[in-house]
Design a protein around this ligand. Structure first.
Ligand code: GUN
Length: 286
């Protein structure tokens, strides 16, 4: 069994991005500038946005975080998005989700100029992705593809089972694995005999949000196991008071898998680098 080390691969990719930022200047292009909008005070969202800010700084990007109170109206948020759409200094924009209940996420996502939509959530980017055309790919599936490519994991003709059908991970992941010539099955909460599907998978991508859902008896010997889960579970012994748990029962699955990701240190850092790659491409493709 080999660990697919997201920390290591993302470090290498971040170094490459940093070098490219230097080269952009030499060919007269600008320093990539990512803007993030954070509405309210959701703990996980604050952590994610801070991490994105830190990542930008590390690779030499400019970054701006706009923080607003949870009482902000939908119209006010849309006006802020439009301001950034029209600001040539900013290359990429993310509106951190979830948004407060009174704001329609779909409406906000669709207001972002798709040429700055480095999350890849705009329907224009979704359509381009499904057609295999150049676009911004959602960061997590993009990062997973980069991880599989780094380790030369064979995908042609392999059976990939994606567990979960979210717009952010499951659906785009299935489209990208199809483009990598896998036979793809997407399982979800209404799937009948889900374990029979998972058992047939050469590559399992678990994005279900249930801690330790995938057990050793569900996977095939030699399967490649990718764990997208990051559920916070209470743990009084840690400084933060919680611990991150993946969707895969790691210890038992590691004995059967050929390749496996850990949580943390697997998909998480690859997601972060996926966003940086999109922001870099926003400038490179101008
Ligand atoms: N909330 C959880 N994941 C994401 C993400 O990838 N992008 C945004 N904008 N919000 C998120």
């Amino acid at each position: 069994m080999q660990i697919l080390n997201g920390n290591e691969v993302s470090k290498k990719l971040r170094e490459e991005i940093k070098n490219e930022v230097g080269m952009l200047k030499n060919v007269g292009k600008k320093t990539p500038h990512l803007a993030a909008i954070l509405v309210g005070s959701d703990g996980a969202s604050i952590t994610y946005v801070a991490a994105k800010e830190k990542d930008c700084k590390e690779v030499g990007f400019d970054s701006t975080v706009l923080r607003f109170d949870a009482t902000m109206t939908e119209a006010e948020l849309i006006a802020e998005v439009e301001k950034i759409n029209n600001n040539p200094a900013i290359d990429g924009l993310i509106v951190q989700l979830p948004l407060p209940k009174h704001i329609n996420e779909k409406k906000v996502t669709e207001t972002i100029d798709y040429r700055k939509d480095v999350d890849g959530f705009h329907p224009m980017n979704v359509g381009l992705m499904f057609k295999g055309l150049p676009c911004f790919l959602p960061a997590t599936p993009f990062g997973i593809i980069k991880l599989l490519e780094h380790y030369n994991i064979e995908t042609i003709g392999k059976h990939c089972v994606v567990i979960g059908r979210s717009d952010i991970v499951g659906k785009p992941m299935s489209a990208l694995m199809l483009q990598k010539n896998c036979t793809v099955t997407v399982c979800h909460s209404r799937t009948i005999n889900i374990e029979e599907h998972i058992k047939r998978a050469d590559i399992v991508i678990a994005a279900v949000g249930i801690p330790e859902y995938v057990k050793a008896h569900m996977i095939k010997d030699g399967a490649v196991v990718i764990d997208v889960g990051i559920t916070r579970v209470e743990d009084a012994s840690t400084k933060s008071g919680y611990r991150l748990k993946g969707d895969v029962a790691y210890e038992e699955c590691a004995t059967k898998a050929s390749y496996i990701t850990t949580v943390p240190g697997g998909v998480g850092p690859m997601t972060r680098v996926g966003l940086l790659l999109n922001t870099l491409n926003a400038v490179k493709n101008k």
